[in-house]
Design a protein around this ligand. Structure first.
Ligand code: UT7
Length: 321
């Protein structure tokens, strides 16, 4: 029904990163496609951007916060361990009727959230659901590690999903998968009950994201390609039927490989990685909002979304707008 996004004003360019670590604009651009990221200032919180993105999505949908039955926030960088960031969003919006909860599926979080919203609506538990992807990855990024710090950005995107009787429109299908055996390729060791906060764990930098980029790359290419292919096949569709592919924005080379796998040409693939870097759960809803506002995804058109992230988790969604 509506989309919105909100990102911090402060920018971190490749040139800025050249001054912090041993890297180059050339390396970052050719290996990832990234040029700029938005980074939160001190005092700005994940819920600030999540709430603003949801407010904009509600406005776009012509709805009010009191219309929301459920707020789902997908994030691995919430304001606090608890309560959920969704509860802060509920309060900021004054969404008095809404249930609110977070889900942690890392970069696949938005697809997982969309699937949940679809299920809650289909089973009559809700009529109007906000699905929000929101991250401040800069807060868990080690800016002395060049292999990760050039990659991540902050921001939030939101969509409003609502019950419809129109059989031609809506969430056609979602596909979700996971493989926890590979978690050590992309994770943050500290902060949970396994490695609680202590002077020692802070000194060991256990509260920063860690990633084996090359390994993750290989799994991401395979899993995103499979997720895109499978969901099309089981709905008797091909890449020709897709008006816009909205892949998770982690690496331009992964995006290109995914598009090639389902034979979707570049003009039908949405890419904004150059402007935001990897914003994890926020990347697809930010892309979706931009695509809608730019007229690249119009009513009646078919969108294919596909993501891969820590866990590992991955999945895809087919939506007719
Ligand atoms: O969003 C969730 C999922 N995440 C992803 O999907 C990310 C997946 N991984 C990737 O996108 C890529 O693996 C990276 C962009 C992280 C890295 O690109 P790569 O082409 O896989 O590079 P690499 O890790 O194989 O490193 C190649 C070289 C290494 O040097 P040597 O060993 O060949 O001498 C690295 O030390 O590049 C070096 N390197 C850098 N050089 C300049 C690593 N980071 C940098 C850097 N600047 N920032």
């Amino acid at each position: 029904m509506g989309t919105g996004h909100a990102v911090p004003e402060k920018l971190l360019t490749n040139a800025d990163l050249e001054k912090i670590v041993d890297t180059s604009d050339e390396w970052i651009k050719t290996r990832t496609g990234m040029e700029v990221r938005h980074i939160a200032e001190e005092g700005e919180k994940t819920s600030d951007f999540a709430a603003e993105a949801t407010r904009r999505a509600l406005e776009d949908a012509g709805l009010d916060a009191k219309d929301l039955d459920v707020i789902i926030v997908a994030s691995v960088t919430g304001d606090m361990q608890f309560p959920s960031t969704a509860c802060f969003v509920q309060d900021k919006l004054g969404a008095k009727q809404a249930a609110a909860f977070d889900i942690a599926a890392a970069c696949s979080g938005f697809i997982y959230g969309l699937s949940l919203a679809n299920g809650m609506i289909a089973t009559g538990q809700a009529e109007t659901v906000a699905v929000v992807g929101a991250e401040l990855l800069s807060r868990i990024t080690d800016y002395t590690d060049r292999s990760t710090c050039v990659l991540f950005g902050d921001g939030a995107g939101a969509v409003i999903v609502r019950k419809t009787d129109d059989p031609e429109r809506g969430i056609i299908d979602t596909y979700l998968r996971s493989d926890g055996s590979l978690y050590e390729l992309l994770y943050m060791p500290g902060g949970g009950t396994n490695v609680p906060f202590s002077h020692e764990s802070v000194d060991k930098k256990l509260f920063y994201l860690r990633m084996e980029g090359r390994e993750v790359f290989k799994y991401a290419v395979t899993a995103m390609g499979e997720a895109a292919e499978l969901i099309l096949k089981r709905n008797d569709l091909t890449g020709d039927d897709v008006d816009l592919l909205l892949p998770h924005q982690a690496n331009l080379r992964i995006i290109d490989a995914t598009a090639r796998r389902v034979k979707i040409p570049p003009e039908r693939v949405y890419v904004n990685i150059q402007k935001y870097g990897n914003t994890s759960a926020a990347s697809i809803p930010i892309a979706l909002d931009e695509a809608r506002k730019e007229g690249r995804l119009q009513d009646g058109q078919l969108a294919l979304m596909v993501a891969f992230g820590a866990g590992f988790t991955w999945g895809s969604a087919l939506v007719r707008f």
